[in-house]
Design a protein around this ligand. Structure first.
Ligand SMILES: C[S@@+](CC[C@H](N)C(=O)[O-])C[C@H]1O[C@@H](n2cnc3c(N)ncnc32)[C@H](O)[C@@H]1O
Length: 188
């Protein structure tokens, strides 16, 4: 059993404040819960989510197209993600999906998603497309990274989320948290 902070050894942008919060949400989910992360990079937050699943039958899907041209100071990489998951012994709780984030939602045939964590493209149009593709599969929480970001590269996150999800139940320095019960506000 790994320490819950073992994600710290994985390169990435996510921080203890939001990852600890997400781990507590995952721990409170019922047995068998499915968690989906959009935006994996090299697996830092994916491993944090999986660490909270240890000893349970919960599972985390991590979706990323792993295109090295995507913006960010850490290069998205499938092989590094797989290696990080294996090094931490988390393979039992992780499924890595190499796909565009919206496409994966449109193609999803899995069970209902209890927690959707969004940290893929932060541009308004793409966040909105991701949410519209995934919301029909969610019954539980939707959390968006950089929800409080105000610069040009991040403001689209809160704009799209507020438009589709309404009011957050909590706002953290880098995380917007919403409850979602399946009633999509799909008006554009
Ligand atoms: C901010 S990083 C994610 C950081 C990660 N959560 C962590 O803890 O290190 C954003 C990720 O979104 C991915 N991404 C961007 N656009 C995407 C798309 N259209 N489909 C799938 N993944 C995408 C990038 O490849 C990148 O890995």
């Amino acid at each position: 059993m790994q320490h819950p902070d073992a994600w710290e050894s994985v390169s990435g942008q996510t921080m203890g404040l939001e990852l600890g919060y997400l781990q507590r949400l995952v721990a409170a989910l019922p047995g068998g819960a499915v968690v989906v992360e959009l935006g994996v990079c090299q697996g830092r937050s994916l491993c944090a989510l999986a660490l909270a699943c240890q000893g349970t039958d919960k599972v985390v899907y991590g979706v990323d197209d792993f295109d090295p041209a995507n913006p960010g100071y850490v290069t998205p990489d499938f092989d590094s993600t797989k290696a990080n998951v294996e090094r931490l012994g988390l393979g039992q709780w992780v499924r890595i999906v190499k796909s565009d984030s919206t496409r994966a939602g449109l193609d999803w045939r899995g069970p209902k998603v209890s927690l959707l964590f969004h940290d893929a493209s932060h541009f308004y149009d793409k966040v909105k497309a991701d949410l519209l593709a995934w919301l029909p599969h969610v019954e539980g929480y939707v959390c968006l990274h950089d929800y409080t970001g105000e610069d040009e590269g991040q403001i689209g996150v809160s704009q799209a989320a507020n438009e589709l999800l309404g009011k957050p139940i909590e706002v953290h320095p880098r995380l917007g948290v919403f409850r979602w019960t399946g009633e999509a506000k799909t008006s554009s």
